[in-house]
Design a binder for this molecule. Structure first.
Ligand code: IDC
Length: 395
């Protein structure tokens, strides 16, 4: 097939998606409710089913969102060739003021060498909740929630994951929509290769290489893009195997974007930063991920973070929740505050899971909330109210 044929097919696919989106707008509320009710049931097969239903119904919402983004901001369409995205200028704001970041000892610093702290929301899986990947959503996060960075979580395995039959072109277009929106808003943005059920990032190493090659080509000139190459190695994945994986992926990114900041996950769901401290990568501009869920993880883990950072390890909390590690259950805001005390003491960057309206306590919006921007307290779960207040009170 010639390139022209591919373009024609893409434009047909787009217009079909747009007309489906238009006809589905009226049904959006009820569809959303049904999807989330199904999805909140915990058995794997039910989740798989819910996820495929939701991807079908929500990809059309995403088409609609991306139309909104274009009309608001004049940004490129998601399916335009990646090379044009490199010309996206960074909008006025935090990311244009602070420019290219780098890692200096245990600190993340800006283009002038001043310490910088990034903070904001992580999306849920973008395949599952694509409606929150938009200019308007991120604008509310910037202006009303006082955040300066967004994390785009793309599952590799579950929920029509990128490596398990998910529509890769669609998922990449969502990533581009998210990066372009953040860029126009002058925000930093993390592209997260969300390893979870796949446990060891080496399982989909080749796909990861191809993905990060393309993303780093596309965003080589964007000083606001950060790459997170494996969310949470777990199970049998050892630090040695994660390190071996990182040694193959980092050069792929560096070939296009030599100074990019890269986040590397650590074993046991990104808790074993002490293993990284004992045997770090021989690379510049690396942040090691520590994740916590305040209902489950307490002093043992925050003391580990404290001591690793004091001893010079550059750490980022690229994901945390106030509830337990299942993403559900009661919030423990006292524990969350204790975590924040350590985070703030070391100026560590942090990202709250998750920007969605799933029926679970870590989702910041109520299941009944169908807004994708301009949220008020009535739209929020307890987690949403707490974290928005926390962000707002930051200087
Ligand atoms: C959870 C989601 C939940 C989903 C589940 C899939 O909140 O809706 O059913 O993933 O397994 C993590 C992961 C993150 C998890 C989260 C809560 O990075 O993907 O999200 N969590 O379990 N690590 C620790 C907790």
């Amino acid at each position: 097939m010639s390139e022209q044929d591919i373009e024609v097919m893409e434009s047909i696919a787009e217009s079909v998606a747009e007309s489906v989106a238009a006809s589905m707008m009226a049904e959006q509320n009820s569809t959303n409710d049904t999807t989330n009710t199904n999805a909140s049931q915990e058995s794997t097969s039910q989740e798989a089913q819910a996820s495929s239903e939701s991807v079908e119904s929500q990809s059309s919402q995403a088409a609609q969102e991306s139309m909104t983004t274009q009309s608001n901001t004049g940004s490129q369409t998601a399916s335009q060739p990646s090379v044009e995205a490199t010309t996206t200028p960074i909008g006025d704001g935090f990311a244009s003021e602070h420019g290219a970041l780098r890692v200096d000892g245990a600190k993340l610093v800006d283009q002038n060498g001043n310490p910088i702290q990034l903070y904001g929301m992580s999306t849920h899986g973008i395949a599952w909740f694509p409606q929150f990947v938009s200019y308007d959503s991120f604008k509310t996060l910037r202006d009303d929630w006082n955040t300066n960075c967004v994390r785009l979580a793309m599952y590799t395995h579950e929920y029509n994951g990128y490596c398990t039959g998910g529509d890769q072109e669609y998922l990449k277009s969502l990533v581009r929509t998210g990066v372009d929106a953040a860029t126009e808003l002058g925000m930093y943005v993390i592209i997260d290769w969300h390893v979870l059920q796949d446990q060891d990032p080496n399982v989909y190493k080749e796909q990861s290489k191809a993905f990060f090659k393309e993303m780093s080509e596309t965003y080589a000139n964007n000083t606001n893009v950060i790459y997170e190459i494996c969310n949470e190695p777990n199970g049998y994945a050892t630090w040695d195997s994660v390190k071996a994986y990182a040694k193959e992926i980092i050069p792929v990114i560096r070939a296009n974007d030599p100074d990019a900041v890269i986040i590397v996950g650590t074993p046991t769901w990104s808790q074993d930063i002490d293993q990284a401290k004992a045997n770090p990568l021989d690379e510049e501009n690396i942040l090691y991920a520590l994740h916590f869920y305040a209902g489950t993880h307490k002093d043992v883990l925050w003391n580990r973070m404290d001591s690793c950072v004091q001893n010079g390890l550059p750490v980022i909390v690229s994901e945390f929740g106030m509830c337990d590690a299942s993403g559900n259950g009661a919030n423990d805001f006292n524990s969350a505050q204790s975590w924040m005390d350590v985070i703030e003491r070391h100026n560590i960057s942090f990202f709250c899971w998750n920007l969605a309206n799933k029926n679970e306590s870590s989702s910041v919006f109520k299941e009944s909330c169908t807004k994708t921007s301009g949220w008020t307290e009535e739209d929020m779960n307890e987690s949403g109210k707490w974290i928005r207040e926390y962000f707002r009170n930051k200087q």
